[in-house]
Design a protein around this ligand. Structure first.
Ligand code: GTP
Ligand code: MG
Length: 184
């Protein structure tokens, strides 16, 4: 498949990673918490009249280092997720960003989009929109959204943008794309 987009989703435990891609892929909100053990999702989507096969790798903050590094190496774009109800989860995005930078070395920074999850939960908000935006600007990320998987708000937009960015970067067959779409 030419238009294969490998996307790594990183973020602290319970920040809303599964809900974010399950809402995008399956149009349902997972209310009950079920910690992800390991996840590798595939979904075919159409963007701007082109068909893309998304490969989604869901990586918890405390994941094994080797698996994390492998996903960083093979991903063509990254979502860094935090929960607006948990300030620490935003700090962890900065740590993940450092790990990505360390692993890609001198290569051009790939598309990285920061997502503040659970934006519907104003009552428990700890991180302001401005704070999230500031971090995204500081790290020179591709974009920043606050999203709600519960309300299905700002779910499709970041995914569409991610696919477009990856396509722009890797429109022509490159080394990563010509490799098999398998994780390992
Ligand atoms: N209010 C609200 N709750 C959410 C939202 N997204 C996720 N949650 C809740 O937050 C909890 C954790 O969500 P998950 O998507 O399982 O989080 P995760 O990051 O995949 O968790 P791990 O797999 O353990 O790392 C669940 O109880 C979800 O229902 C959201 O947009 N709004
Ligand atoms: Mg999960």
């Amino acid at each position: 498949m030419d238009n294969c987009c490998k996307i790594g989703i990183f973020g602290s435990n319970k920040c809303g990673k599964s809900a974010f891609y399950i809402q995008f892929v399956q149009h349902v909100f997972v209310e009950n918490y079920d910690p992800t053990i390991e996840s590798d999702f595939r979904k075919q989507i159409e963007v701007d009249g082109k068909v893309f096969l998304l490969e989604i790798y869901d990586i918890k903050e405390d994941e094994l280092k080797a698996l994390k590094e492998n996903v960083i190496k093979i991903s063509q774009g990254f979502f860094l997720l935090y929960s607006i109800t948990d300030s620490k989860s935003l700090c962890e995005c900065e740590e993940i960003f450092d790990e990505i930078k360390k692993n890609i070395g001198n290569e051009k920074q790939p598309p990285i989009i920061l997502i503040g999850c659970k934006s519907d939960n104003e009552e428990e908000r700890k991180v302001s929109f401005e704070n999230g935006k500031k971090v995204a600007e500081k790290l020179n990320l591709s974009n920043f959204f606050e999203s709600s998987s519960k309300m299905r708000k700002n779910i499709d937009e970041p995914w569409m943008e991610m696919v477009r960015l990856i396509y722009k970067n890797n429109g022509k067959k490159n080394e990563k794309e010509s490799k098999s779409c398998k994780l390992m």
